[in-house]
Design a protein around this ligand. Structure first.
Ligand code: 1PR
Length: 562
């Protein structure tokens, strides 16, 4: 059947962002329809089954919609299915994530929580999918999965790779995350499924999706045999390089990418005092994708002034950007419970986040509201109450869309003190960069509303509370360093990195390629972010990656990104 005539369907159980996948399929020149009723299974020639969020949520949704049995029957019929992420996990018997909820049981085995002892969880970033068959029969069958390619993974649970027993007939590739080897793709007859997200894996991921859509990925019979042992699977996780775009309306009302010096985004009075304009958000983001950025972040920096999902130009930016950018997109700004200007309508933060996800975001970042949430968390603890009461945006968004979708954007500034006793109980560090009066210590004060208001909360209190509430990642800015080009605040980053077990993104102050490698080598952060030097074309992303590679830091190569 000509590819153009085939009926390609998407099995969406309403978990979250399928926009990225739709965009990727459209980019490849194909149309995809939603499975809306049980009858649609009979019409489908091929099904893509993406998954976002929790295992239990996915299984309940499949069962409640009556789709679980038709899906099994579809698979038994021999027609092709591609599962993605949780869409792969539910093919197994069950998961630690939701022990009460059995999986579809197509494959033997269970999904288990990563062991957090030696590494950050979730496993988030670009890693290799290493074909496990000894004779490599399968490597040539899906040429798009190459040993050198990197794919975007984001998950806290995985099927441990053993290379024995039932895995012989089904495992296609495995991936190492520090001390653990896990299954990264399965391939059994007409079912091909990946733990990683092809739709977010740049050109390498799009090539794999194209292969599924345009060819028949049916596993060759001859492929049973010995598999590589877990110890042979090498670690290949890369450090992510993220381009960040601070977006706001300028004085003419147009949305522009701006960039401040220590959060002040206006030109000096003698230059007119206008909001600095460094380019158009979608154009700039596309440029960074083409140049090999591993992730793009948009921060809607004046969203505390108005309701973000009334902010249709910003949503339009996201929609347009997500049509041509196939790496993860984060959006921040205004993710909080909001009241309509008429004072009648309350819009819960989870709804604001939902609007961002539907417009193409993969993650939302929460700034001010995270500080208030952390303050509430510590208050409840102090009062002997249950600190996790489900009331915060972090808990609600993590529950609905998965914790990997919740990034905490931290906007701290240094408060210098002469001794730890002067810090009113806040977590202090001894600094190698003394304060203006020779103070040897400092604590990091959290701010809200774009740095306009300081709070009586320190960064350590914020990040530990947010991790407990369900956040998946920390975007660690620093107001003292922002826009200075003088390098990251290594003291802040090191201190924060040791306080949490979720990934940390170093941000603020990058001015030279050496600053990126310094942050990785000294603090072991999972990702490095910059804004100004990329916008002003002072240092291109490839130069940063080339330098990091020369320093022996694992990065996603330019060929994979461009
Ligand atoms: O509080 O949830 O509504 O979110 C508002 C978001 O907007 C927060 O994430 C906050 O960081 C951001 N924001 C608010 N005001 C500003 C400002 O600059 N006036 N931007 C602002 C903060 C910091 C970084 C920046 C890095 C790297 N920008 O995102 O990109 O510091 O810069 P550099 O490489 O040039 O040094 P909410």
């Amino acid at each position: 059947m000509p590819v153009s005539d085939q009926k390609l369907y998407l099995l969406d159980y309403g978990a979250g962002n399928v926009r990225s996948l739709l965009n990727a399929v459209e980019k490849l020149g194909h149309r995809i329809e939603y499975i809306k009723t049980v009858e649609d299974f009979a019409k489908a020639d091929k099904i893509i089954f993406p998954g976002v969020g929790a295992f239990g949520y996915a299984m309940r949704a499949l069962n409640n919609s009556g789709f679980a049995e038709p899906l099994k029957a579809y698979i038994a019929s021999g027609r092709p299915l591609m599962g993605i992420c949780v869409g792969m996990q539910v093919l197994f018997e069950g998961s630690d994530e939701s022990p009460a909820e059995p999986g579809l049981g197509i494959f033997e085995g269970r999904v288990e929580l990563f062991d957090k002892k030696l590494k950050s969880v979730p496993h988030m970033g670009w890693n290799a999918a290493q074909v496990v068959h000894q004779e490599n029969v399968l490597a040539t069958a899906v040429p798009e999965i190459g040993e050198d390619s990197r794919y975007y993974f984001v998950h806290s649970y995985a099927v441990p790779y053993t290379g024995t027993g039932a895995q012989r007939g089904i495992v296609h590739s495995a991936t190492r995350y520090v001390d653990q080897a896990v299954v990264s793709s399965v391939w059994s007859r007409n079912v091909f499924a990946t733990q990683f997200h092809p739709e977010k894996s740049g050109p390498a991921g799009l090539a794999l999706l194209r292969s599924f859509i345009e060819h028949d990925l049916v596993r060759p019979q001859s492929s049973a045999g010995e598999l590589r042992m877990p110890g042979d699977i090498e670690s290949a996780l890369t450090v992510r390089v993220i381009a960040c775009l601070d977006v706001r309306a300028n004085d003419q009302g147009d949305l522009v990418v701006t960039k401040g010096d220590q959060y002040d985004v206006r030109e000096s009075a003698d230059k007119g005092g206008d909001v600095r304009n460094l380019g158009k958000p979608v154009d700039l983001a596309k440029r960074y994708y083409d140049e090999g950025a591993d992730e793009i972040a948009f921060l809607n920096i004046t969203s505390f002034r108005n309701l973000p999902f009334r902010d249709t130009p910003m949503l339009e930016v996201l929609r347009q950007a997500s049509r041509s950018i196939f790496v993860p997109l984060t959006i921040g700004g205004g993710v909080r419970d909001s009241v309509d200007p008429d004072g009648e309508h309350v819009w819960p933060a989870v709804q604001v986040a939902g609007e961002y996800f539907r417009s193409g975001a993969d993650k939302v970042s929460i700034g001010s509201d995270a500080v208030y949430a952390a303050e509430g968390y510590w208050q409840r603890k102090a009062e002997g109450l249950e600190p996790l009461d489900g009331s915060t945006a972090i808990e609600q968004i993590a529950e609905r869309y998965g914790r990997q979708a919740v990034v905490i954007s931290v906007d701290p500034r240094r408060v210098y003190v002469n001794s730890p006793e002067d810090a009113s109980g806040h977590h202090v560090i001894r600094t190698a960069f003394p304060g203006p009066n020779g103070e040897q210590y400092c604590w990091y004060q959290c701010t809200v509303k774009g740095g306009r208001e300081g709070r009586d909360t320190d960064v350590r209190q914020l990040v530990t509370a947010c991790e407990a509430l369900g956040a998946g990642e920390i975007l660690l800015n620093c107001m003292d360093k922002d826009g200075t080009n003088s390098g990251y605040d290594i003291e802040l980053i090191s201190d924060t990195k040791t306080a949490v077990s979720i990934p940390v993104i170093a941000s603020s102050g990058a001015g030279r390629p050496e600053h990126f490698s310094e942050a990785v080598e000294k603090t072991a952060v999972e990702a490095v972010l910059a804004a100004g030097i990329f916008h002003r074309r002072e240092v291109p992303i490839v130069a940063v990656k080339k330098h990091m590679q020369e320093q022996g830091i694992s990065i996603r190569s330019a060929e994979d990104g461009v």
